[in-house]
Every structure is written in C-alpha cells, then in structure tokens.
Design a binder for this molecule. Structure first.
Ligand code: HEM
Length: 211
C-alpha cells in the first residue's frame, strides 16, 4: 500500500508542478506537454518514456487498489460483527474514509481523462493544445466545482495516506510523530493548493484571454 502510494504521490506532485506552467502562458504549458511526448528522443522513439510512465501509473493504481481491497477483507474477517459502541473507533473511521475517498478519486480520474486527455467530456477539445483545453475546460462553474471537490477529497486521502505511510514502512516512533504530522500537512497543502490554483485562476478570469 505504502510503496504504490509513494509512486502515485510522486506522480501527483509532478503533475501539479507541470500544471502550474499555465501561469507562465500558453507557450510554456504547451511546450511542456510536447516535451512530455518527446522526452527520451532520439535515443528512444517518440512517447516511449511517456508510455512507460503511463504503464507504471496503471500498475501502481491496480496494486494500490488491490492492497486496499486485501486490507479491507482482512479487517472485515478480523471483526465481522463490528466494534462495540464504547470502543475507540477512530482507526476504522479513518480507514473507511480512505476507502470511499479512494473510490471517489478513481471515478474522478476517469472523468478527468475523458475531460483533459481523451476530450470526450470536453466541449471543444483540441489535441495537443493543453492551454486551450484548460481555458475552455474551466469556463463552467459546475466543472470547476467538481474539480475543487475532488482536490479537497484528494487532500484528505493524501493527508491520512502520508501519515500512515511511515507506520506501514515501520518508521514509527512517538518521538517522530510531530515530524510525521508536519510532513503530511506540508505535502497535502502543497498539492491541494497547487492544483486548486489552476481552475480557480481560470474560472476567476485571473489568467489569459479565453479564446
Ligand atoms: C486541478 C487539478 C488538475 C488539472 C488542472 C489537471 C490537468 C490535466 C491536463 C491538462 C492533462 C492533459 C495533459 C496532456 O495531455 O499533456 C491531465 C492529464 C492527466 N491527469 Fe490531471 N489535472 C488535475 C488533477 C489531477 C489529479 C488529482 C490526478 C490524479 C489523482 C490527475 C491525473 C491525471 C492523469 C493520470 C493524466 C493523464 C496523463 C497522461 O497523459 O498519461 N490529474 N491533467
């Protein structure tokens, strides 16, 4: 769970940083998107590294979901009757929140790919013109609200995930808990704020001119 989570977290941090290139203008973000397809050339054919990353992401996602399902099955087998009222239920509440936020995030990613990668859920998708796709994609209030809600969910998921990661890897000691907490909060805020900036700036008319 922790190792695949780290891989997905690394993707999310890199993706958030890449998206911020929109603030530098259309050339910057479109050039970056083109670079993602070209990187590795001429040693490797075009898009081979991009596809390697995509396959890595798919494998990490499948293994992450598989580990979550296995963990859920173990928890249910260990306690089929559920906790008595007076017992501390904090751990199971956090675990349940991870489960449903994880499922919601998966659904968001499917919608997001239809919106920004395949263009099937986009009103005017232009392949290769990421700037245009973002500027038009976040014109609507509903779409922007869906993204904001998804980023808040991502925040909860990341926060608990980053905190639990140390436990899963066996790096847990009460003396380091405040560092774990600070680490989880810092990276959660970094990712959530970094992502949210883009739809908010576009919807609020703070960047570019809509084509
Ligand atoms: C406000 C937040 C976000 C914005 C503005 C955004 C924007 C984009 C854009 C423009 C693309 C297409 C890039 C291209 O074709 O070069 C893309 C692709 C993608 N995004 Fe996001 N994204 C956001 C959040 C997320 C989150 C939270 C996740 C995952 C949890 C995610 C996962 C992906 C994936 C898997 C792709 C496909 C990458 C590929 O081409 O293989 N995105 N995103």
């Amino acid at each position: 769970m922790a190792l695949t989570g780290i891989a997905l977290w690394a993707f999310v941090v890199g993706h958030m940083a890449g998206n911020l290139k929109l603030l530098l203008g259309s050339e910057s973000i479109n050039h970056y998107a083109e670079w993602l397809r070209e990187v590795g050339q001429p040693l490797l054919p075009r898009a081979v590294l991009l596809w390697t990353m995509r396959i890595g992401l798919i494998v990490a996602t499948v293994l992450h979901v598989h580990a979550a399902a296995a963990l859920t099955a173990v928890n249910w087998r260990a306690r089929p009757v559920g906790y008595a009222r007076r017992e501390d239920q904090r751990a199971s509440v956090a675990a349940r929140a991870m489960r449903w936020s994880g499922v919601a995030l998966l659904l968001f990613v499917v919608y997001h790919l239809m919106h920004m990668t395949w263009g099937t859920a986009h009103p005017d998708f232009v392949p290769g013109d990421v700037y245009h796709n973002l500027m038009v994609g976040f014109r609507g209030g509903l779409v922007t609200a869906v993204y904001l809600a998804a980023m808040i969910l991502l925040g909860f998921h990341l926060w608990h995930g980053l905190w639990s990661m140390f436990q899963s890897l066996g790096w847990s000691h009460p003396r380091y808990n405040q560092w774990r907490r600070a680490f989880a909060i810092f990276f959660t805020l970094l990712v959530v704020i970094g992502f949210i900036v883009i739809p908010v700036a576009i919807f609020g008319g703070l960047v570019g001119e809509t084509p």
